[in-house]
Design a protein around this ligand. Structure first.
Ligand code: ZN
Length: 91
């Protein structure tokens, strides 16, 4: 089951939370773990909220080899470091 009814709500302390329905999260294809840090973004015209995983590794823009994730930042980017050329970049 990859679809269900959720809810966005604001807690009394000002934090916004997204409720995800149990039947979606317990589907065997659900790609997230409990307490996982995710990238959150929205698109105004389509009115879509997107929740994504941060990749463990990405392609280094300098040398084309694998760069490993070092840190996930509050601005929704992650810092990667290339093991081949040492390049560090945000993505
Ligand atoms: Zn590199």
């Amino acid at each position: 089951m990859n679809k269900g009814r959720g809810r966005i709500f604001k807690r009394s302390d000002g934090a916004w939370l997204v409720y995800l329905p149990k039947r979606v999260c317990e589907d065997t294809n659900f790609p997230y773990e409990n307490n996982e840090i995710v990238k959150v973004s929205f698109e105004k015209t389509s009115k879509k909220l997107t929740i994504e995983l941060f990749p463990q590794s990405v392609i280094c823009p300098s040398c084309g080899k694998q760069a490993e994730r070092q840190e996930i930042k509050f601005d929704g980017t992650a810092r990667y470091k290339c093991s081949k050329c040492g390049e560090e970049f945000n993505e």
